[in-house]
Design a protein around this ligand. Structure first.
Ligand code: SAH
Length: 393
């Protein structure tokens, strides 16, 4: 811990930081945190004030919070989460936006090593929704109050521009007051433009990892530079853009994660999706351990503080690893949940990882269940479109 002493020595805490910290953390019974804990708590305060920290400070914070002994770092973790919660309350209040997720195809030409619907998995039972099925899912969703539809799928060669623009136009025509979000992988700039012109508002494309070599390890035949170009194109066209990454991919280090944070800070997307890696039994990563819920929650808090206005989902993967994972995420700064609206008969086939939740519940059931969870956690559901505050302003 010599490096910590070194950093502590040179660090000037923002005025009043330690005092506020002690008051906010009365939950810890008033015992004096160690000098080391105080230092890391003041890093969280600095992050809240300046929306940034140096890469080395971010890495130190992640290293410190990796310590398995909660007595050792529990107070710092609690303080970070509380600070992120306060930031979210300042910007969004206690509201959580709901988006209806429609999984429109599990055909995929890619071979992402972690993913259960990769082309190389002959065990995946493939399906593709047609226009009528998508419109029916939207209708059910609209009646349940949803005003955002997220259409996600593998990179399906049948999803030509003609097919997708027709689909988007039909949904736009039937539901002019709803936001249309797409999450369909990499396409050309011309194609993204056509989808935007047809009426799509938002596009989710996780960068997955911001390290070129690490990216190449998991995405045969793909390149991070192409992914980045897609994100830049989407932004330039005028979409609200989402990026993000998985937590706990085999071999991932805190240096990798700091690169992800730095990439996101620079890109400044409207939405950020992060979730723990969860192995799928028919992929090359079948025997690898899952990512950590605690670490995902810490990263959600850091992201809320680094990019305060971002729309930040508590993801299904987080809820799949821990029965209250999404609630933990919401308490740590997340403000979006994306319940499943896909037709019941295809739910199990959109099988990205093992143990995915909500594959057997009717859309209405999911809607009720998530509302109860959000309210039990002390928050309120918001069914508005929920655009990013700066979009088109
Ligand atoms: N084809 C689209 C959608 C991919 S699925 C695209 O390329 O953007 C949506 C997200 O699920 C992916 O971006 C990935 O981060 C996540 N995912 C895939 N497999 C996963 C796994 N095994 N564990 C956790 N998340 C996974």
């Amino acid at each position: 811990m010599n490096h910590v002493k070194e950093l502590t020595k040179n660090f000037v805490a923002p005025h009043g930081t330690i005092q506020t910290t002690l008051q906010a953390d009365a939950a810890f019974g008033g015992w004096e945190p160690s000098a080391e804990a105080q230092f890391f708590m003041s890093l969280a305060d600095q992050l809240a004030l300046e929306s940034d920290l140096s890469d080395s400070a971010l890495c130190q914070l992640l290293d410190y919070l990796d310590h398995p002994d909660q007595d050792h770092n529990g107070r710092v973790r609690h303080h970070l989460i509380q600070t992120a919660h306060q930031k979210r309350m300042e910007i969004y209040g206690n509201r959580v936006f709901l988006r209806g997720l429609i999984e429109i195809s599990n055909y995929c030409k890619r071979n992402c090593v972690y993913c259960g619907i990769r082309a190389g998995n002959p065990g995946a039972e493939r399906y593709r929704l047609d226009l009528e099925q998508v419109l029916e899912s939207c209708r059910i969703g609209y009646d349940l109050g949803y005003r955002t539809f997220v259409m996600q799928g593998g990179e399906d060669p049948a999803h030509t521009d003609a097919f997708l623009t027709n689909l988007i136009r039909e949904v736009r025509k039937a539901y002019p007051d709803c936001a249309i979000t797409l999450s369909l992988g990499e396409r050309s700039r011309e194609s993204y433009q056509a989808l935007y012109d047809a009426g799509a508002d938002r596009y989710l494309l996780r960068h997955e990892t911001a390290d070129d070599g690490f990216y190449a390890d998991f995405h045969p035949g793909m390149a991070l530079s192409v992914r980045k170009t897609c994100l830049e194109d989407l932004k330039a066209i005028g979409f609200q853009v989402g990026a993000g990454f998985m937590v706990g991919l085999p071999g991932q280090t805190n240096q990798h994660l700091v690169k992800d944070l730095r990439f996101l800070k620079t890109l400044d997307p409207h939405m950020i999706g992060i979730g723990p890696f969860i192995p799928h039994h028919e992929t090359p990563l079948a025997d690898q351990p899952s990512g950590s819920v605690e670490k995902t929650v810490v990263l959600l808090s850091i992201l809320r503080l680094m990019i305060p206005k971002v729309l930040l989902p508590a993801t299904t993967a987080l809820g799949s690893l821990d029965p209250i994972g999404r609630e933990l995420g919401i308490r740590a700064g997340a403000n979006v949940v994306m319940p499943n609206l896909s037709p019941l008969e295809v739910r199990e086939k959109y099988d990205l990882y093992d143990g995915k939740i909500c594959t057997g519940d009717e859309a209405a059931e999911c809607r009720k269940c998530i509302q109860k969870r959000i309210e039990n956690a002390g928050f309120a559901v918001d069914m508005a479109r929920g655009d990013h505050p700066d979009w088109r302003n």
